[in-house]
Design a binder for this molecule. Structure first.
Ligand SMILES: [Zn+2]
Length: 246
């Protein structure tokens, strides 16, 4: 009787040891897989940047925005990426966005350190300095895409429509004015009209793209040769999606 009990205890212990080993292996495997996923999204290299087409960069931004909307952002080893990018950067695009705090540019495209240049000014218009930044990004640093990213409920666009005058804001809003003047719209031209405000927002992005092509012969030439693309997009504050204007 006693020996049966001892035998049973030994067998149970044996089963337990085997099960534990298997679990440890599985746990280690899971850790390994997670580690691999983090490492998979490495910093962009010069070779990768040079081999990308502007169309592939657009696709990468669209894919990133899908991850953002689905709350499925890529895991990144930031410490490792900081170290690696300190030696150089090869961003695939430059994004011009508004300063609005609700438009987190890198996040909404699911991009990390060294992936994209970001220029920001209230109302996402261009001036000499921003054009210079874009030329640097594309001609010197090798980026393949210029994105002009407007957004819904833009305070700067709304203030321009309202004709706000205040300090340096007056001169700033004058850069958005052409988007209002050039827009053909038959309905009520008021900041209270949501449809009209959406049209002005789109018109502002299109006007900025026009200005880029007009005032930067460098970028215009690169675009004509197919080396870069200049595209526009609108960020929807309600659901986080970016609608590219094509
Ligand atoms: Zn804005």
């Amino acid at each position: 009787m006693k020996s049966k009990f001892i035998l049973k205890t030994i067998m149970m212990a044996f089963v337990f040891v085997i099960f534990s080993c298997d679990c440890n292996k599985k746990c280690d495997k899971t850790k390994e897989e997670t580690k691999k996923e983090v490492v998979k999204d490495d910093v962009i290299t010069q070779e990768e940047q040079q081999n990308m087409t502007p169309e592939q960069v657009v696709a990468s931004l669209k894919e990133g925005n899908k991850n953002y909307v689905n709350d499925d952002l890529t895991e990144r080893d930031h410490k490792d990426h900081i170290t690696k990018t300190s030696k150089g950067q090869y961003p695939k695009a430059i994004v011009l966005a508004c300063v609005d705090s609700r438009v987190p540019v890198e996040q909404l495209f699911d991009k990390g350190i060294g992936d994209i240049f970001v220029a920001r000014v209230a109302g996402n218009f261009v001036n000499e300095d921003i054009l210079g930044s874009m030329e640097y990004a594309c001609k010197v640093a090798g980026s393949k895409l210029v994105v002009v990213l407007g957004h819904e409920y833009c305070g700067a666009v709304k203030s321009a429509v309202k004709g706000v005058k205040m300090g340096n804001i007056t001169a700033m809003l004058s850069k958005i004015q052409p988007a209002i003047d050039n827009l053909k719209y038959d309905g009520e031209k008021s900041y209270k009209n949501k449809e009209y405000m959406h049209k002005v927002c789109e018109s502002n992005v299109k006007n900025t793209i026009k200005e880029i092509r007009l005032k930067s012969p460098i970028l215009k030439e690169m675009e004509d040769k197919g080396e870069i693309k200049v595209v526009g997009g609108i960020y929807d504050l309600d659901d986080g999606t970016v609608k590219f204007l094509e």
